[in-house]
Design a binder for this molecule. Structure first.
Ligand code: NAP
Ligand code: ZN
Ligand code: ZN
Length: 345
């Protein structure tokens, strides 16, 4: 099926309009007409080959919202016209221990990313900066009524990537959490942590974001630039959610954890970070990584957002502004997620 989209053809070239074929829906597939797709910083890392594994042409996009246009004969979970979403992956082995637990995102045999993975038929998967997509129904989620569909798109990555580890560390009413980096992930982290009843502090290298941080639900805002900026926070937090997309110091933030607290790393800087052993040894502090979330937990997060009326703060753009949106995201000039209007492809 002919599909229109935008693709990167080389790491140092802008994305351009691109036409390609999607497979016809199989028996367990759902054909989705895409309405909106968020722009995640991971799209930029991949389009520019910053993680070193990009296959070109690359159609990024894994924060997909659309409507079901057709279902295969064995696909029973969705009806035509239903509002649905697709996140960061579209297949996994479904038999390993992780898949059996609903943690398809940690599939032991490796999962199939929404873009940039080898699909079952040997082709390279192409993502959501496009007019339609065909996905096995297992990897499609329902979008609660009442959520604005464009503003709900970022929940499919930024939402679940912050929800999952905050739940995993047991964040609850009265917990103290810091969110480092107020971008797409960070602003969802603030909203979700506040919705769990936690006391939220934003650590940001952009002092101008203070008013926004408070509006989003933060109780405190601490600018991180300048020597000694974190001194007054020593031993404070149960958890820190680190969403920073570039190389940065983690030893100072580790000192802001209470004993046995956890620094959750979700930001995926292309360069290694340096950790002092002492920052972890003293106080038995922990550092964990986390990668998006499994399908059951993604649905749980969406239902939570439906109940609490949580969506992303977005700037809706037409496809011809994708390259400009990349530049503005890199400068931190976005409030707080760009979403592409995919009806315009
Ligand atoms: P984003 O919107 O660009 O936000 C990143 C934020 O990091 C910026 O707003 C900025 O916040 C801070 N920052 C950027 N450069 C910095 C620097 N040099 N020093 C200190 N702080 C800096 O990006 P995003 O879409 O939220 O993604 C964030 C990272 O998470 C990316 O690396 C992305 O690939 C990764 N990611 C991981 C997963 C996962 O499953 N683990 C999922 C999605 C994305 P302030 O201005 O407030 O300082
Ligand atoms: Zn993402
Ligand atoms: Zn598996």
């Amino acid at each position: 099926m002919k599909t229109r989209g935008y693709a990167a053809h080389a790491a140092d070239k802008p994305l351009t309009p691109f036409e390609f074929e999607r497979r016809a829906p199989g028996d367990r597939d759902v054909l989705i007409e895409i309405d909106f797709c968020g722009i995640c910083h991971s799209d930029i890392h991949v389009a520019r080959n910053e993680w070193g594994r990009t296959v070109f042409p690359c159609v990024p996009g894994h924060e997909i919202i659309g409507r079901v246009a057709k279902v295969g004969k064995d696909a029973k979970r969705f009806k035509e016209g239903q509002r649905v979403g697709v996140g960061c992956f579209v297949n996994s082995c479904r038999t390993c221990a992780s898949c059996q637990r609903g943690h398809e995102n940690y599939c032991e045999k490796g999962f199939t990313l929404t873009y940039g993975s080898v699909d079952a038929d040997g082709t390279n998967t192409l993502g959501g900066y496009s007019s339609r997509i065909v996905v096995d129904e297992h990897f499609v989620v329902n979008i609660p009524d009442g959520l604005d569909p464009a503003a709900a798109a970022p929940l499919l990555c930024a939402g679940i990537t912050t929800y999952s580890p905050l739940r995993e560390v047991g964040l609850k009413k009265g917990s103290r959490v810091a969110v480092m980096g107020l971008g797409g992930l960070g602003h969802m982290g603030v909203k979700l942590a506040a919705s769990f009843g936690a006391e939220v502090t934003v650590l940001s290298h952009s002092p101008a974001k203070e008013a926004d941080a408070r509006r989003l639900g933060a109780h405190e805002f601490v600018p991180t630039s300048g020597d000694g900026a974190l001194d007054k926070l020593a031993g404070r937090f149960d958890a820190i959610l680190d969403t920073i997309s570039a190389k940065h110091d983690v030893n100072g933030p580790l000192g802001c954890l209470r004993p046995e607290g956890t620094l959750i790393l979700v930001g995926a800087a292309p360069t290694n970070l340096e950790v002092s052993p002492f920052a972890l040894i003293f106080g038995r502090r922990k550092m964990m990584g986390s990668l998006v979330g499994g399908i059951p937990e993604t649905q749980e997060m969406l239902d939570h957002c439906g109940r609490h009326g949580i969506t992303s703060d977005i700037e809706l753009i037409t496809p011809d502004r994708i390259n400009e949106a990349y530049e503005r995201t890199l400068k931190g000039d976005v409030k707080y997620r760009f979403v592409v209007d995919c009806a315009k492809f």
